[in-house]
Design a protein around this ligand. Structure first.
Ligand code: AMP
Length: 113
């Protein structure tokens, strides 16, 4: 299975994942290898390879992903203690899955960088 397909299969529920939210536009699920007590991945249901492929035409989906990430942070009650939203891009950015995704991390004091 190629790595892009992992996230596509999660959306279609062809491989199991702890999906915590899904609607017509996005899917959010727990990271399989969490780096924090809360570590959720938020992806668009329609494939976008990485943030370089955001342009004027599809900008709405990125703001929607951000909006839903904030909603999830509030639902998980980490909005007051704080959290981090990360988007890795390509090799130097540490992107291992070539499918645009937001990492929502919280539930502990994260290391500064
Ligand atoms: P990145 O390194 O930014 O591309 O992030 C990819 C993330 O996807 C990593 O944090 C992985 O732990 C996570 N991941 C990979 N496969 C799965 C899976 N099957 N279910 C949930 N999370 C996954």
């Amino acid at each position: 299975m190629n790595t892009k397909n992992i996230f596509q299969k999660i959306i279609k529920k062809k491989i199991s994942a702890e999906i915590i939210y899904q609607d017509k536009k996005i899917t959010a699920f727990n990271d399989i290898s969490p780096r924090a007590p809360i570590h959720i991945i938020i992806i668009p249901n329609n494939f976008i390879k990485n943030i370089n492929y955001i342009d004027k035409k599809n900008l709405n989906i990125l703001s929607y992903m951000m909006y839903k990430s904030i909603k999830i942070a509030k639902n998980k009650k980490i909005h007051k203690s704080g959290y981090r939203i990360v988007i890795n891009c390509n090799k130097n950015g540490g992107q291992t899955i070539p499918y645009l995704h937001i990492h929502l991390l919280g539930g502990k004091k994260l290391q500064n960088f």
